[in-house]
Design a binder for this molecule. Structure first.
Ligand code: G6P
Length: 463
């Protein structure tokens, strides 16, 4: 099941994640096109030599690349059986573990842990084992292995059995569920998840709050965290990269196009998310609608620029949510729009340059997730903002711990309070907005990705 690449020298630093740093698109003429991803881990790992990234082949292009032996040095893509991967990724990781940590279940009717769940769980074990075996093969004696996220919670325990000499870390990029919610999982599965992570020497989280929730689960369910150390590393953003990238020509072009869409002398409320259930895009739009309904002075004077990029579209509930986002945006435009004013400008095609353009233009950024491990949009906006941007921030985002003082904070379920927060943000004085933005940018860049990664490595090696 796991396909072999040409042998590489044994690595001293290994990272494992479901989604790797590169993916391949299969063109119609049969050629493969490599696409490099961004994000904290890619940038964090760039600080390290002698490394190996183990990831899953995610689509036809990736699988074809593995079969043809196309790849990048230092990256090993695992061609795990497509059905096994689908059950593990869609069935367990994204429909169970993601739902548990983000409190997403409609509990009167779900979850239902039945025979189908057990079948998918077996696939999840197989998928985790494929990672553990590949890591065991690639790792040099005493190497440091940093296992990422909820997809791979069983890997530390499996890898420890195969290679007791390794230093193993696990990092959760999501929140961690409070114990009462975590206990929705069948007892044996809840234990297996915790013991899987506790196979690591060190388990780390984005905030103290998520670390404490994990400790709470371990204490109540297993009686403690055993020999595993717990760490907190709040990932920040790379200011130099973002500021440079935000001033390239393609971003300028997109700013001009966005300005045209917004119209002259109008304020902008910007949001940029994956179309993700936990991001709370619909309530954000309802809050914007409440602002227009209840404060007519804003009609014609503000535009909600919402970028909601497709995500996890294999799952019906994500497709339905995407449709709902479109419906609510269209409703607001139908009710409030005029010949020369479109109240909601919604874009659903992923475009990083356009996101940066929106960050630069934004008067207000709306980041209102119902729960979020960190949320880097909240950190990127103040760093690239042209004229200062007021941040409306959910207190349930991990970023709240670092940015809460200078943001206008909201309970993400409270649509009326969010509408009031939008009004407050829109009316904030220029000086205050600029000062707050400066402090937000300083907090957002306090732990840039390379340092974030090196700190983890250092802590892991020291223990
Ligand atoms: C979250 C997770 C990541 C994941 C990302 C995108 O940030 O913590 O592990 O890669 O969402 O989701 P996707 O399912 O497209 O990889």
């Amino acid at each position: 099941m796991v396909s072999e690449h040409a042998p590489q020298p044994a690595a001293q630093v290994l990272v494992a994640s479901n989604r790797g740093p590169v993916s391949y698109a299969l063109n119609e003429d049969g050629s493969l096109e490599a696409k490099r991803g961004g994000g904290g881990l890619v940038s964090g790992l760039s600080a390290v030599d002698d490394k190996m990234w183990v990831c899953a082949a995610l689509g036809d292009g990736d699988r074809e690349a593995v079969r043809r032996g196309v790849g990048e040095p230092g990256v090993r893509m695992l061609d795990i059986d497509a059905d096994v991967h689908a059950d593990a990724y869609n069935g367990i990781a994204n429909s169970v573990l993601w739902f548990v940590h983000h409190l997403l279940y409609q509990t009167p009717v779900e979850p239902v842990f039945d025979a189908e769940f057990r079948r998918q769980w077996a696939a999840f074990e197989t998928y985790n084992r494929a990672f553990a075996e590949a890591l065991a093969e690639e790792a040099g004696e005493g190497a440091a292995v940093l296992v990422q996220d909820y997809h791979l919670v069983l890997v530390p325990g499996m890898l420890r059995e195969l290679r007791p000499d390794l230093r193993i870390g696990h990092f959760s990029h999501t929140p961690w569920a409070p114990v009462d919610y975590f206990r929705l999982l069948p007892d044996d599965i809840a234990e297996q998840v915790l013991r899987g992570i506790l196979g690591a020497d060190r388990a780390a989280f984005l905030t103290r709050r998520w670390a404490d929730a994990f400790i709470g689960c371990c204490t109540e369910i297993l009686g403690g965290t055993g020999r595993t150390r717990i760490g907190v590393h709040g990932l920040g953003v790379d200011a130099d990269f973002l500021r440079r990238r935000a001033h390239e020509a393609d971003v300028d072009d997109r700013m001009a196009a966005l300005r045209e869409q917004v119209g002259p002398d109008r304020r902008t409320i910007v949001r940029v998310d994956r179309t993700e259930l936990s991001k709370n895009i619909v309530r954000g739009m309802l809050a914007y609608r409440a602002l227009l309904d209840e404060r007519p002075e804003w009609r014609g004077r503000v535009v909600h620029v919402a970028f909601a990029y497709p995500s996890r579209q294999d799952l019906a509930v994500y497709r339905e949510y995407t449709a709902e986002v479109r419906r609510v945006a269209a409703d607001i435009n139908a009710v409030h729009g005029t010949a020369d004013w479109t109240p909601v400008v919604l874009h659903v095609k992923d475009d990083f340059a356009r996101s940066l353009a929106a960050y630069r233009l934004a008067d207000v950024a709306l980041v209102n997730p119902i729960r979020d491990g960190m949320n880097l949009v909240a950190k990127e906006v103040p760093v690239v903002s042209d004229h200062g941007c007021a941040l409306v921030l959910s207190r349930e985002a991990g970023a709240y711990e670092e940015l809460g003082d200078d943001a206008i904070t909201v309970n993400p379920y409270d649509v009326s309070a969010t509408a009031d927060a939008l009004h407050e943000a829109l009316t904030m004085g220029d000086d205050e907005r600029a000062e707050r933005t400066e402090r937000l940018a300083a907090a957002a860049t306090a732990l840039p990705p390379q340092q974030w990664f090196l700190d983890q490595l250092e802590a892991l090696r020291q223990g």
